[in-house]
Design a protein around this ligand. Sequence first.
Ligand SMILES: NC(=O)c1ccc[n+]([C@@H]2O[C@H](COP(=O)([O-])OP(=O)(O)OC[C@H]3O[C@@H](n4cnc5c(N)ncnc54)[C@H](OP(=O)(O)O)[C@@H]3O)[C@@H](O)[C@H]2O)c1
Length: 342
Amino acid sequence: MSDADAALTIAQAMDRAVDLAALGPAHGPNPRVGCVILNADGAVLGEGWHRGAGTAHAEVAAIADARARGTDITGGTAVVTLEPCSHTGRTGPCVDALTEAGVAAVTYAVADPGQASSGGADVLTSRGIPAIHAPHEGATALTHRWLTAMRAGRPYVIAKWAATLDGRMAAADGTSFWITGPQAREHAHAVRAQVDAIAVGTGTVLADDPQLSARPGGEESEHQPLRVVIGRTDTAGRRVWRDLHALAVASHDPRDTLAALWEREVRTVVVEGGPTVLSAFLREGLVDEVNAYIAPALLGAGPSVVEGLGIETMADALRGQDVNFQLLGADILVTAHLSRGF
Ligand SMILES: NC(=O)c1ccc[n+]([C@@H]2O[C@H](COP(=O)([O-])OP(=O)(O)OC[C@H]3O[C@@H](n4cnc5c(N)ncnc54)[C@H](OP(=O)(O)O)[C@@H]3O)[C@@H](O)[C@H]2O)c1
């Protein structure tokens, strides 16, 4: 028996489903989901993952895989990272696909918070197919951004900046190229390639004329996030407008930006500055995650990353949770979730 044919426990199958889910795209309106279908002996009958909006959901992909292998999944157990959906979106309800395929039981790791799509476990149970909720850290981590967005009814917001040790985002003359080194910039491009949108204010467009494209490894990635410019000043002719994949939001209220993005099915956005726009999002408690690239440099003057948050005393400081750091060349990336952001 090869490793691939080895019998799996439900927990092992969930680990495998999480690995499969990770093969799907991090961007787009749908979460990453994986599914493994086992027979009563724990043999894998089929497996699949969701490849992005408009394509088969993981359960349907796993059923199709089982059929392609010529295996009969009647009486099998579907182990899936997200509660099977019960609604018709771009594709049909997964609960129906599982029922029609004759699956006898379902184990899922993350409950679906979507208003239209949730309730799949109850539907299955009412049909005599027990649906067991077995939380899994990896599955939760993989869907964290999507879950946060669905619960909040707005995109998941990552505030990203590059700053010096003394917290400056630019020098006194407005120059900010380059605070950090190539490895930090490369990392930021890789992050861009995994989100739906990148937003900056008109101040940054006028000062830096950024392309706002994802170029990991120096090449434009296949997926390009929507470029978003926030503010009322006309920035026509700047590089960000070189094609139609850009959006202007002529409002100073970050909620208007997030509403416009939500309408366009944006579920994750990186707000890349400048300090005015970052401060506005932070002030309104609309930042879920911070990605701060810190360079071992001092400027002593120039705009600070954030100002005017209305915080007067240490007890009210915005504090990060789940803090991580990574050395990128001479720079440090600090990532954290914000306690008051969600
Ligand atoms: N180190 C970094 O990571 C980084 C990143 C980006 C920028 N920068 C630097 O930041 C500097 C630009 O700073 P900035 O603050 O002018 O840029 P910004 O935040 O990109 O743009 C500010 C503009 O956004 C509009 N805006 C949107 N929401 C607003 C709100 N709630 N309140 C007020 N205005 C709002 C206003 O423009 P309207 O008047 O048009 O409405 C405002 O002038 C440049 O030196 C740039 O190099 C550094």
